[in-house]
Design a protein around this ligand. Structure first.
Ligand code: BGC
Length: 500
């Protein structure tokens, strides 16, 4: 009986006493005690179930991310294919069908290594990216820059430059007092509304001229007569430095009646229509060419210009003897590769994912600029969005709910991608960015989104590297060198804004 006393009494009294003490010690708390039905076994089973669900989900996520991890062999494959396409573009017979257009720019390098571009140097300085020491003067959108290029000429006066290529349009004025040692650059940025980008050619060029008029007005140069350089960052076939026939629009542009037309003529006509000022259009250059020349001031080894921004492209100095489309074998000429079209013949379809295909199909120019669509700022966010939609459909993100916001094209701008990918950013901040985008995420969601952004931008950089390797190796072989020393001039928001 003593045994039973010890066996039962404490059992009956124990809970009561425990409850009583808790109530006494924390009178302001209402504590409920629930007796577990099957001991701890059920709980352990539940933990196991959750863990195995998490494991299975992780596997599904990893499977998607693995599509963006390129092996060294795959990257070498891209390099080799790019090399083949570069050669196709240079040869007269294969050029018409080449996807990498390899357009001669008429910017020449002389046999002694100097560049022969005349007044184009002026334009190149005009359109160069503003240096970090740029100071603002007047309204915030005007920049005054003290520049000291490394060469001196007797050039003097005022020059105008235009830069059309992304969502913004820039107008610049350069004032040179006594040689290049005293240069002042004023610059204003204008937005190009979507309806203008995709309206008629006449509307687009009238808008450009309207912006020039505003700028000249502000600068007190109304009715001025100035030489002008035009950075036009779209594929143009050039017959000389001041002529450029637009082959086709890329990025977000789709203005009608421009393809097949000379953009310099279109600009001249719009200036005439306005009949307010007279501008002497000296040169039209691609942004890659402007970048290469700007960096060339700093470093004479700079023979490549690379843009990793809204769009993607590269130019480089090629031996004249290899350019079959242009007469003459002496010296070098800058080739605008327009490598964004690489892969349009299906040669890199083995590494394109279903997400790349979806982005392509939803774009303004399906089937075109496939390499650009895997590597440039305008499309990376879209690839991320397509992956997130798929992961949500699979129930791996956002509690399986595809919000209206996630269905909206273009919500992931490059700047968000760069911010999310930044290592310094705590997950809470990632969540906040997603919230700003209207995406209600859990902590686990933000980890996955960060991984997706990382995978997409890593692949873009690797593909760019493989393309660039093709050019660099070609230059080394063409010069018969054991070892090549070369500098690549780079510009573009993707390169500048992304975490290093
Ligand atoms: C255009 C190129 C340009 C590049 C970078 C591409 O879409 O076709 O001409 O250089 O974007 O702006």
């Amino acid at each position: 009986m003593i045994v039973s006393y010890f066996a039962f009494t404490p059992v009956f009294r124990y809970p009561k006493r425990l409850h009583k003490v808790v109530r006494k010690l924390v009178p302001n708390c209402d504590v409920r005690f629930l007796l577990s039905e099957s001991g701890s076994t059920k709980g352990a089973a539940m933990v196991t179930a959750v863990a195995s669900r998490v494991q299975a989900q992780r596997k599904q996520i990893d499977k998607v991310l693995a599509l963006f991890q390129l092996t060294r062999e795959q990257l070498e494959g891209v390099q080799d294919k790019m090399r083949v396409e570069l050669d196709y573009g240079l040869k007269r017979d294969t050029h018409p069908l080449a996807t990498v257009k390899m357009l001669p720019t008429y910017v020449r390098g002389m046999p002694d290594g100097t560049a022969q571009v005349g007044r184009l140097w002026v334009c190149s300085v005009l359109v160069s990216p503003l240096p970090p020491n740029a100071r603002t003067q007047g309204p915030a959108r005007y920049m005054l820059v003290d520049a000291a290029p490394t060469f001196s000429t007797t050039e003097k006066g005022k020059f105008l430059a235009l830069d059309l290529g992304g969502t913004n349009f820039r107008v610049l004025l350069v004032k040179i007092r006594s040689g290049w040692r005293s240069v002042r650059i004023y610059n204003k940025i204008f937005a190009i509304p979507l309806e203008i980008m995709q309206g008629t050619g006449e509307e687009l060029f009238d808008h450009i001229v309207q912006c020039i008029a505003d700028f000249l007005d502000y600068m007190g140069l109304k009715g001025a007569q100035l030489p002008l350089g035009f950075t036009f960052s779209f594929p143009c076939r050039q017959a000389s430095i001041d002529k450029g026939t637009l082959i086709e629009w890329t990025k977000g542009f789709k203005a009608t009646d421009c393809e097949g037309e000379d953009v310099v003529d279109m600009l001249r006509e719009a200036i005439k229509r306005r009949n307010e000022f007279d501008l002497d259009i000296v040169a039209v250059v691609n942004d890659t060419v402007g970048t290469m020349m700007t960096c060339g001031y700093e470093d004479p080894n700079c023979e490549v210009g690379l843009i990793a921004g809204t769009g993607s492209n590269m130019c480089y100095m090629e031996e004249m003897r290899n350019i079959e489309l242009v007469e003459g074998d002496e010296g070098k000429m800058c080739i605008n590769t327009e490598w964004g079209g690489f892969g349009d013949n299906g040669c890199i379809d083995d590494i394109r994912t279903q997400y790349d295909k979806e982005v392509d199909e939803g774009s303004l120019n399906p089937g075109k600029q496939r390499y650009e669509k895997m590597t440039s700022g305008m499309y990376l966010g879209e690839i991320v969005r397509q992956i997130l939609i798929d992961l949500t459909k699979q129930g791996l993100l956002f509690r399986g709910q595809i919000s209206e916001r996630l269905r909206t094209r273009g919500i992931f701008e490059t700047k968000f991608l760069s911010q999310i990918e930044s290592d310094r950013l705590a997950l809470l901040q990632v969540r906040r960015i997603l919230q700003q985008l209207g995406l209600d995420s859990t902590c686990e969601d933000s980890i996955v989104v960060k991984e997706v952004c990382g995978a997409v931008s890593r692949r873009a950089a690797q593909l760019y590297g493989a393309g660039l390797a093709a050019i660099v190796e070609k230059r080394r072989e063409d010069q018969g060198l054991e070892h090549l020393k070369i500098t690549v001039g780079v510009d573009g928001t993707l390169y500048k804004l992304h975490p290093q």
